[in-house]
Design a protein around this ligand. Structure first.
Ligand code: ZN
Length: 277
């Protein structure tokens, strides 16, 4: 099973580091390239290859570009919750996280976009995040790393299906570069990235895992990287055992599978005499 996921962060990870960057046209245009150039190019590739995908969109981005989320759904893909502001939940208070989470839901409700799942900004979920997801009736999260197959996380509001991620399957670690603010300093060859992801796909086929690939239109939407993605999809389609699906469909199938494991959120009682802050 494979999921192609695109986090349409646009300007939000930059603004989360400081509103002052709004006045820097190079930085802002590097980010707006994502929804303006990357997303249409990605949608055309998905049409060409006939594969469905999931787009995690911050509420702020959906609000700034009112037709964007709806147009993705109308092309047969899923739009999912990716915070409102893209400020990492671990940098917020419990109350701030709730306000940010609910504000994004309000944006999607106003745009008539049905939301089933969530991914935390920068994957930086708190101990409260999964509970918020269950409380608001969403069925899955995709931010944690406790397995490489879907697993259930129980909360006081019910269970949430976790579709785990991993740094090796994120284009940010391969392609993210800006002099300032610091978002990374790598520009890897797309040929190398294709090899890396192909090796991970082969391993996941061998062990029966979910190949959950996380990409960003401002990074992967660039031309040479799109060719690498196209080659990867074509390779996967040659493998008779790889099936592409939207995250919400994977979450539903995993819930019907009696072998889906349950994994509690890690809960440690750490002695401060052993491990100071
Ligand atoms: Zn993001």
């Amino acid at each position: 099973m494979a999921t192609l996921t695109f986090d349409v962060d646009a300007e939000t990870p930059i603004l989360a580091q400081g509103r002052r960057f709004a006045d820097q046209p190079m930085v802002m245009s590097h980010q707006s390239y994502g929804p303006d150039v990357g997303v249409p190019r990605i949608l055309d590739l998905l049409d060409e290859m006939r594969v469905p995908a999931t787009f995690f969109v911050p509420g702020w981005v959906a609000e700034q570009r009112p037709g964007l989320a709806r147009s993705i759904v109308d092309r047969g893909h899923e739009v999912a919750h990716h915070s409102y502001s893209h400020r990492p939940p671990t940098s917020m208070s419990t109350g701030e996280e709730r306000v940010d989470f609910e504000r994004a839901l309000d944006v999607f409700a106003a745009q008539n976009v049905d939301i089933a799942g969530h991914r935390a900004a920068m994957w930086s979920a708190t101990r409260d995040t999964v509970g918020l997801i269950a409380e608001h009736g969403l069925v899955y999260d995709s931010s944690l790393m406790g397995d490489d197959r879907p697993y259930l996380v129980d909360t006081e509001h019910g269970s949430v299906m976790e579709l785990p991620v991993h740094w090796s399957l994120d284009d940010w670690e391969q392609y993210a570069f800006l002099p300032e603010p610091n978002i990374g300093s790598v520009i890897e060859s797309p040929v190398e990235v294709e090899q890396l992801w192909r090796a991970e796909l082969d391993g996941m086929r061998r062990y029966g895992c979910l190949f959950n690939l996380c990409m960003h239109p401002f990074l992967t939407g660039r031309p040479g990287r799109m060719i690498a993605l196209r080659n990867l999809i074509a390779y996967a389609q040659e493998c008779a055992d790889v099936y592409f699906a939207r995250c919400r469909d994977v979450a539903e199938w995993a819930r019907d599978d009696p072998e889906t494991p349950r994994r509690p959120l890690p809960d440690y009682d750490v002695d401060p005499a052993v491990y100071p802050d």
